[in-house]
Design a protein around this ligand. Structure first.
Ligand SMILES: [Mn+2]
Length: 658
């Protein structure tokens, strides 16, 4: 075997390029794979040169040439202790869990109370997606649009390669094969994630289909989306994490997307959407670009199956910004008799046209990465059942008896807790919440009692209706049906939600415009995204397109009382949506869209009064005039690529409001 030396001793990149066949020698031939695992350094000094040999800890499970050389290239740059190809097995999950527990990074919860569950505490600087460090590095800046951060792709790659160089020193490089969507579905996509985080591996086990079956679909030359991740914390000789969540400082974090080449490069964060690259990075930002190019849709939408007392079913997909109860809606338990809601997905929908001209949706994920605080037996009993076992909790509080607790869990904290920062916490003396407001559970979809029987149908489920929504305390009615697809696209493009978390650098109570709830997730120009929506509407006949509704559970009276009970009672609105799809109920044509007749919203058994319902279903002309000004302002920030058809919608609405 011949080797090409590409770095000298003392260089930051010690490596040896292997120009031999597709197998690589291990460092110490005499050692078996098992003893090499996690132990043997990969640097070898010979004759004054520093060699790096890629130390494969297990068999390379594929003959896919591009895949193998992609992994090899990154291993050479990142210089891990060894490369391990994940298989997604239960044994692997358990082995990595044990490693995380023994390394002090995870706490195993009381198996009698919370079987097969782990608790992690992240670094206080690494608790959420970091939009300011998230980039869409398209070749041209104008293609990233005004809502994305942009750096010239080669510049960004140069900077990031500098950070990646040697970044896995002292760590294992895991190669995760995964399918977003049921393996082999024609809507699904295959991805590979390289990561040095065992936390990421076990979370991916839950959130995506991690299985060697993807190699069968992939063959020797199939397409995959290459996704690279490092926590950005190389270890010095003999150094360990010592129970401290590894990550890089915020200024070094990059969550980068290269839309033309369909690549994802993430560095410096170990948390959620920054690190579990199948989710927001692949299934939304990169997939939205593919969907635009290939004529389908990748949307930030829950998918639910709604069944009437007569046993008829309709499928509804809904886009809501963060903190608007998407997971709760996806798992809702109706308060109206004999109606049933089942969950297909709670966050992302991929939709393609079927041969019948209708849109069919799959949930590309296989788990829920939900916000824990506020989740309770009142707000979402199905979620509480889902997280009863086999779950990962991040940044929640720990009870004395080894269980979890968070604000809004529905009962008082039992005794002294350990808060998300690892400190003792007492309700009486506490100044800060015990759980981080963005604390999360990672839970398996199959453990959800409300999971729909057809949730893994590779053909997807036919979508009858889209819902858009936001948290709006005034103006926006309880439910409003768009008159047609173009109007619906306009309504979705103007979606917004009031800011609730003071942590965001935005004024509380102001409305943040969030077109289709995709603001942080569109992998290209927002105006082109809106054009794509219009194009989709032209690809089939009107009667086959989903009907579009805008809902608002969050209306208040002037003195601050909620007008609508929400949660399970939202089924009363879903019933109207169902009946509109089935054409069994009329609507009132108004200036803003099609509103329910008062008598068609069932409020029996609620404390909603007739006056409340009047307020919820009226058109507030003055409020809408203000709304129109705000919509125009948001459109102005999208530049001159906003489709004319949508600008015409503004004019038409203005005229109708008088
Ligand atoms: Mn989401």
């Amino acid at each position: 075997m011949q080797n090409e030396i590409v770095a000298r001793q003392g260089d930051l990149l010690p490596c040896l390029r292997d120009t031999g066949g597709d197998r690589f020698f291990t460092l110490v031939d005499a050692l078996s794979i098992d003893t090499v695992l996690y132990e043997v350094p990969i640097l070898l000094i010979t004759g004054g040169f520093l060699y790096m040999q890629i130390n494969y800890l297990n068999e390379i499970p594929t003959k896919h040439g591009r895949l193998v050389s992609w992994v090899k290239e990154w291993a050479e740059l990142m210089t891990p202790e060894g490369v391990y190809w994940c298989d997604g097995s239960k044994a692997e999950y358990e082995r990595l869990s044990d490693k995380l527990v023994s390394g002090g990074l995870a706490t195993r919860l009381n198996p009698a109370k919370r079987p097969n569950c782990l608790l992690f505490r992240s670094d206080p600087s690494d608790v959420a997606r970091v939009e300011t460090r998230t980039y869409v590095a398209s070749e041209k800046q104008e293609d990233a649009g005004p809502l994305n951060n942009w750096i010239e792709p080669e510049d960004l790659k140069k900077t990031m390669r500098g950070l990646y160089r040697g970044c896995m020193k002292g760590r294992i490089m895991y190669v995760i094969p995964f399918s977003m969507g049921p393996v082999g579905s024609n809507i699904a996509k295959i991805g590979f994630e390289i990561t040095d985080s065992a936390y990421v591996v076990i979370n991916m086990h839950i959130m995506a289909r991690v299985t060697p079956k993807v190699y069968e679909v992939l063959g020797t030359d199939g397409e995959f989306i290459p996704s690279v991740h490092s926590v950005g914390k190389p270890l010095a000789e003999g150094e360990g994490d010592n129970g401290v969540w590894p990550c890089a400082p915020v200024r070094d974090k990059y969550i980068a997307h290269f839309p033309e080449t369909r690549e994802i490069w993430s560095y410096g964060s170990g948390y959620g959407g920054n690190a579990l690259l199948g989710k927001k990075c692949l299934a939304l930002r990169i997939a939205s670009v593919q969907a635009r190019d290939e004529g389908w849709m990748a949307e930030h939408m829950l998918i639910l199956k709604l069944t009437s007392p007569k046993g008829e079913s309709r499928h509804i997909a809904g886009a809501f910004p963060s903190a608007c109860g998407k997971t709760n809606l996806a798992m809702l338990i109706p308060t109206i008799k004999d109606w049933k809601v089942e969950t297909v997905g709670d966050d992302i929908a991929w939709m393609k046209f079927g041969t019948d001209g209708r849109l069919y949706a799959i949930n590309p994920e296989s788990g829920f990465f939900g916000v824990a605080p506020g989740t309770s037996m009142d707000s979402n009993p199905n979620a509480m059942h889902t997280i009863a076992k086999d779950s990962i909790f991040t940044n929640v509080a720990l009870t004395e008896d080894g269980d979890i607790w968070w604000e809004g869990i529905g009962y008082d904290p039992p005794g002294t807790l350990i808060d998300w920062k690892g400190n003792k916490w007492n309700a009486a003396t506490a100044k800060e919440p015990a759980a981080h407001p963005n604390a999360r559970f990672t839970a398996r979809a199959v453990n959800c009692p409300a999971i729909a029987d057809n949730w893994e149908d590779p053909a997807g489920v036919p979508i009858d209706a889209f819902l858009f929504g936001g948290r709006r305390t005034s103006t926006i009615p309880l439910v409003n049906q768009a008159t047609d697809w173009v109007h619906g696209t306009f309504v979705g493009s103007a979606a917004g939600s009031e800011i609730t978390a003071a942590a965001l650098d935005l004024k509380m109570g102001t409305v943040r415009r969030d077109p289709m709830a995709m603001r942080p997730f569109i992998g290209y120009h927002v105006a082109d995204f809106l054009q794509h929506w219009l194009n989709i509407g032209k690809r089939t006949s009107t009667d086959k397109l989903p009907k579009i509704f805008f809902v608002n559970w969050f209306r208040k009276t002037k003195d601050g009382r909620w007008l609508w009970p929400g949660f399970g009672d939202n089924s009363r609105v879903l019933e109207w949506v169902f009946r509109r799809c089935a054409a069994t109920v009329d609507a009132v044509e108004t200036a803003i869209g099609l509103l329910p007749r008062k008598e068609d919203i069932n409020i029996r058994g609620t404390n909603v009064t007739n006056d409340d319902l009047d307020a919820l279903l009226s058109v507030d002309i003055d409020g809408w005039k203000e709304e129109l000004v705000a919509i125009k302002e948001s459109y102005n920030t999208y530049g001159d690529r906003v489709p004319k058809e949508l600008l015409d919608q503004i004019d038409a609405l203005e005229k109708r409001l008088g």
